[in-house]
Design a protein around this ligand. Structure first.
Ligand code: ADP
Ligand code: MG
Length: 205
């Protein structure tokens, strides 16, 4: 079961990891972007885990609140995309305080689907989709063995996916303006998405 308490702990851990890696994310966003991804995400997640924001009655309300907070506080391209991820996840989760493991996989998948619909990125466009897609595939493949194993598998796949963005040519967002010169740099958004799954694995043991 994935519970409301799990979700709150997940968001707090994600905020902690993003805060801890704020400079690194911004450093990644320097050669292929405008050097704001770390500060944007840290600001957004800090607001999302304010006690009054976290104080929600069910999973749907919590994820929708996180999504709306990210839209209003993160800005840039990634704010609306992460915002969409959580708002769609919230819609899928509905007014429940706990859901079955596989159903939580569907909640994550609904979030990713929202990112794809909104951002129109395909695999290997060098975006957050390149970390999220293999992560959720790994989650679904492992979820029969329980939530902890699925979260660990997702975190591992997300890291590999983010690593793989180094060699990709960016086709979406600011990095795409660089064309061939985007190759050789790790995508900041794929890296913050890797952290999202790492945070999940850290709180689901
Ligand atoms: P901005 O580029 O507006 O400064 P950020 O720096 O916060 O926004 O985020 C950049 C990240 O957003 C990129 O590293 C990439 O992963 C992600 N991104 C950009 N465009 C898209 C898109 N169309 N679909 C999915 N992700 C995208
Ligand atoms: Mg940027």
């Amino acid at each position: 079961m994935f519970t409301l308490d799990n979700a709150k702990a997940w968001m707090q851990e994600y905020s902690r990891i993003v805060g801890e890696n704020k400079e690194y994310l911004t450093e990644l966003d320097s050669p292929i972007g405008d050097a704001d991804h770390g500060t944007n995400m840290a600001r957004g997640m800090a607001a999302a885990v304010e006690p009054e924001a976290l104080d929600q009655p069910d999973l749907g309300a919590l994820f929708k609140k996180v999504g709306m907070t990210l839209v209003s506080k993160v800005g840039g391209t990634s704010g609306p995309l992460y915002g969409t991820f959580f708002m769609r996840a919230g819609k899928e989760a509905g007014a429940s305080t706990e859901i079955e493991d596989a159903a939580f996989g569907a909640v994550l998948r609904a979030g990713l689907q929202g990112v794809i619909e909104r951002g129109k990125a395909e695999l290997e466009d060098k975006t957050m989709v390149d970390a999220l897609t293999p992560a959720l595939d790994a989650f679904d493949a492992a979820v029969g063995g329980g939530l902890a194993g699925a979260a660990a598998a997702a975190a591992e796949a997300a890291e590999k996916g983010a690593d793989a963005t180094v060699d990709m040519l960016a086709k979406k967002g600011r990095a795409s303006y660089l064309g061939e010169r985007s190759i050789g740099h790790r995508d900041p958004g794929a890296t913050s998405s890797q952290y999202l799954l790492q945070a999940l694995a850290a709180v689901i043991k």
